[in-house]
Design a protein around this ligand. Structure first.
Ligand SMILES: [Zn+2]
Length: 186
């Protein structure tokens, strides 16, 4: 699994590309940080209720569940929905893309604890899936504090090395699109 920093940087790149916009607004940042890291609430569940990690919160079932919650909130409080610009993006596209991206990154990262991977197709299947080749470093959780600090610092370093150039490329893409749009409307 990747760290919150890796997930947030990847989410940032995705939102910049979808919106073709830089800088992003306050609401974008809240969405990016929240939905890019939402599947890892199982971290809290694992401690509180001894639930295994990377199960239902890293699955297509969880994405459907979150969409259902969002739709229920909008139904109960329609005035909340009306305040949001570009509702399809904020209520459907960003949650789906950011959670899916989180799950894919976890599948591409080294998993240091069994069962390896994520329960991608829960509730249709309980099987765990992981990429046959790991390109991202793991986040270490079940070790001594010293080992966790050393190993997770290495992970952070690699994630920054991988994702910051992707974010910079996304910003370049957004800047080009905005310039093109500016020329077209001029
Ligand atoms: Zn995760």
């Amino acid at each position: 699994m990747s760290s919150p920093v890796g997930h947030t940087l990847a989410g940032m790149a995705a939102v910049i590309i979808i919106k073709k916009q830089w800088p992003l607004g306050c609401m974008d940042w809240i969405w990016i940080i929240f939905f890019s890291n939402l599947p890892d609430i199982d971290f809290i569940l694992a401690y509180a209720a001894d639930v295994e990690r990377h199960t239902f919160t890293h699955s297509i079932g969880f994405i459907a569940f979150i969409l259902m919650i969002i739709m229920t909130i909008i139904n109960v409080k329609p005035e909340l929905g009306r305040k949001v610009p570009n509702r399809i993006q904020y209520f459907i596209v960003f949650p789906v893309v950011l959670i899916t991206l989180h799950i894919l990154l976890d599948m591409l990262a080294v998993d240091e604890s069994f069962p390896y991977g994520v329960q991608l197709f829960w509730p249709l299947s309980d099987e765990f899936f992981i990429s046959p080749f790991a390109i991202l470093p793991p986040t270490w959780t079940n070790y001594t504090l010293k080992k966790m600090i050393i190993e997770n610092s290495k992970t952070l370093f690699f994630e920054i090395l991988i994702f910051v150039p992707i974010v910079i490329a996304a910003k370049g893409f957004a800047a080009r699109s905005m310039r093109k749009k500016g020329r077209e409307s001029a």
